[in-house]
Design a protein around this ligand. Structure first.
Ligand SMILES: [Fe+2]
Length: 387
């Protein structure tokens, strides 16, 4: 699968068991299923287990993880799946579950540990195991993306990257996301919104990425407030899944920008939800980026077309639109208690670290060292959540 390819997609309610005929056709004998801990206990997986058994496909399940992917956890998973000789992979859950499952699908066909693929240290094997990814959070777009976020053994957030990790089939079953709380629906949805926005406006944005990005934005601005207001609205949930996947396809081609640079760096200081940190980073920097575009007609055109996609006449109104949209989605942009008195120098050091520079460099406005110090000061001045 190449970088711009979008995997096969099944998108309808109650479609989870459609994975079974796919694995049958691919001759899978023993499936590795990695799912979020909550999803593993839910009744939604019962029909899937029964259908796999009816098809005589063995099943090895794993859900013993918390937070974002870490290399030590990958060692455990790879050892298990190698010992069990799994020959197919399915991931069900948020971005962390899918990223880990995708890394398994490629690492299982190689002799190397997952470490060897962190930050592209070695080329990926050309083929992966047959795989199906089923997102339940409508945020990361991991299912349509080549990027798989994982922290190295020092806790530094990075990624395993390659189109070889994309699944063969995506299933968007909106029923699976109806139990997601409104706050998580909001943070995940904003993450997808910012993926689409950054991929449509960064220095590398091109027609294909912008096409996916703009479509994603149209869906997300319509569906996210409704998905938050009524978590059981299957149409809104379905639209959010598709918007998130299209946003994922957009960042797959051209990456993100400074909001994600901030978000990834914040995550190295203390635990914070990725969508929460990204929303904070986006709101703190969007007006600053737009203020610095004067004279850069190519960049202005990208922001202006986003503005028109969102129903605005002037791109300079985007910061207010975004803040209003976050308000309408009840997005909390205050800092978590763990960031009440965070180490500003440490965050600056992380924002300047070599391995995170791709997002900084991609930003439409040059993010100088002075700009980073100013951004960190503004982050430190944000209100803090009540304990
Ligand atoms: Fe993100």
């Amino acid at each position: 699968m190449n970088i711009s390819a979008f995997p096969a997609l099944i998108a309808r309610p109650n479609s989870l068991c459609d994975a079974v005929p796919f694995f049958e056709k691919r001759g899978v004998k023993k499936l590795f299923l990695l799912s979020d801990p909550v999803m593993a206990q839910s009744p939604h997986l019962v029909p899937l287990r029964e259908a796999l058994a009816d098809a005589s496909i063995g099943l090895i399940e794993f859900s013993d993880f918390a937070g974002e992917p870490k290399m030590a956890k990958m060692d455990e998973i790879i050892a298990l799946t190698r010992a069990e000789a799994c020959d197919g992979v399915m991931g069900i859950g948020g971005g962390s579950a899918l990223d880990m499952a995708k890394i398994v699908s490629i690492t299982l066909v190689a002799d190397r540990p997952a470490d060897d693929y962190w930050m592209m240290a070695h080329p990926l094997p050309p083929q992966s195991l047959p795989s199906v990814m089923v997102p339940t959070t409508a945020g990361t777009g991991s299912e349509s993306c080549s990027t798989n976020i994982i922290a190295d053994r020092n806790g530094h957030k990075g990624w395993v990257w390659g189109p070889e990790t994309k699944p063969d089939l995506i299933i968007h079953d909106p029923v699976l996301s109806t139990s997601l709380p409104a706050s998580l629906t909001g943070w995940c949805g904003m993450d997808a919104f910012i993926h689409a926005f950054e991929a449509s406006t960064n220095r590398y944005a091109h027609a294909s990425a912008r096409g996916y990005g703009h479509q994603a934005l149209r869906l997300i601005v319509k569906a996210l407030p409704q998905a938050i207001a009524d978590g059981d609205d299957l149409d809104a949930r379905q639209m959010m899944l598709l918007g998130s996947a299209w946003a994922g396809a957009a960042i797959d081609q051209v990456g993100t920008a400074v909001a994600h640079h901030i978000s990834h760096s914040m995550a190295t200081l203390a635990p914070i939800h990725h969508g929460h940190a990204t929303a904070i980073g986006f709101e703190v920097t969007l007006g600053w980026i737009i203020d610095g575009l004067a004279g850069d007609e190519a960049a202005i055109e990208k922001f202006q077309s986003i503005a028109e996609t969102l129903g605005l006449a002037d791109y300079r109104d985007l910061p207010q639109f975004v803040s209003d949209f976050m308000d309408s989605c009840q997005i909390d942009r205050s800092l978590p208690v763990s960031f009440a008195q965070f180490d500003k120098d440490k965050l600056i050091e992380q924002l300047l670290a070599d391995h995170t520079q791709s997002m900084r460099v991609a930003t439409a406005r040059e993010v100088t060292e002075d700009a980073i110090k100013d951004i960190v000061t503004r982050l430190a001045n944000l209100p803090v959540q009540a304990a």
